[in-house]
Each structure stands twice: as structure tokens, then as C-alpha cells.
Design a protein around this ligand. Structure first.
Ligand SMILES: [Zn+2]
Length: 176
């Protein structure tokens, strides 16, 4: 049974009742977010479009998926300022070829592993300077950190264990 319109309500009672009766304004359909499909799905509990199978919600992609803190366990110099770093990233050790000048044995870095999204593309294993590189060392811009130059490896403090998710801000390196 419709409630009474509030005082001073503009509409006449008939109009008011009509609009009021559909006052339960929770949606009864959802439109497929694929612009070519735009199918109106009436099953509110469906997570996928009935017509095209598109997921109802955009998957939130973790920008740090595939980025891991790592500890450089050894460095082998190659020609042309390149070096191969063996990096412990928690459950694995990977070989990364880099020209970042600021890494040495014992450096704590962030590895963009194979599959991490860098500049819109998933990183692939590739050969650099004749050696296989399983990803790359992340620099500050890749991590969205302010400060810290492009091309220099992002360095993290000791509190960041191999395999950890990288910090979202450039960490202080003085332990405070
Ligand atoms: Zn659809």
C-alpha cells in the first residue's frame, strides 16, 4: 500500500502514486558492457551476459600482478654494461639481464616477472645480450613511484622479503 505523499509535493496524487509505486528503484536489469552487444540482461544474479558471455563487471587488474620484491644473489657482468642478475623472488630464482647500474649482489630490487604488464603488454621471456632474461628489473616509473629515475632499478628496503608485493610508494631507505 503506497504511503501518503509528503506535504507540498508537486505532483497531483495520481502521478505521485504512480511514481511512488515503483519506488523500489533497485534495478531489474543490467546492460552488457560490451558496446557491440549491449544486451539487456534481466537475471540480476547473472555474472555473465546471457547473449555474449562477457563478464558483468570489469575485472580489477592488480597493477602489481607479476611484480615481486627480489634479492640479488649474484651478478655476472656481460659486455656493453649489461649484467645477468640471479634474483631470489621467494619461491624461485630468476635470471634477469639488465643494464641498471645501481644493482649489485645483495641489492633488494623489484622484478617484473614474465607475465607482468609493462606499458600495456605482458612481459615475455626474451634474450638480451645473448642471455635469457626472465623478466626485468622494475624502475620507479614502472611501479608508479614518484621520484627515482627511469632506467635505474627500484630499490626496496630490507623489510621487503623476496616474493613480497612491492610497496606502492617509493620506500624510505633510511629505515624510518
Ligand atoms: Zn553481452
Amino acid at each position: 500500500m503506497p504511503k501518503k505523499p509528503p506535504k507540498n509535493y508537486d505532483l497531483d496524487e495520481d502521478q505521485y502514486t504512480r511514481s511512488f509505486n515503483k519506488a523500489d528503484d533497485s534495478p531489474t536489469s543490467w546492460i552488457c558492457r560490451d558496446a557491440d552487444c549491449a544486451y539487456e540482461n534481466e537475471a540480476m544474479e547473472d555474472e555473465e551476459c546471457e547473449a555474449c558471455g562477457e563478464a558483468r563487471y570489469e575485472e580489477l587488474v592488480d597493477p602489481y600482478a607479476g611484480f615481486k620484491c627480489g634479492l640479488v644473489v649474484s651478478v655476472e657482468d656481460l659486455a656493453d654494461k649489461l649484467k645477468v642478475c640471479s634474483v631470489n623472488i621467494g619461491k624461485a630464482e630468476v635470471k634477469i639481464v639488465t643494464n641498471a647500474a645501481n644493482v649489485a649482489e645483495g641489492s633488494r630490487v623489484v622484478v617484473a616477472c614474465v607475465g607482468a604488464i609493462v606499458q600495456g603488454d605482458a612481459l615475455k621471456k626474451k634474450t638480451v645480450g645473448g642471455r635469457a632474461s626472465e623478466g626485468m628489473l622494475a624502475d620507479a616509473p614502472m611501479l608508479g613511484w614518484t621520484g627515482g629515475g627511469a632506467g635505474a632499478a627500484a630499490i626496496v628496503p630490507e623489510a621487503c622479503a623476496p616474493g613480497d608485493r612491492p610497496p606502492e610508494k617509493r620506500p624510505r631507505m633510511d629505515g624510518k
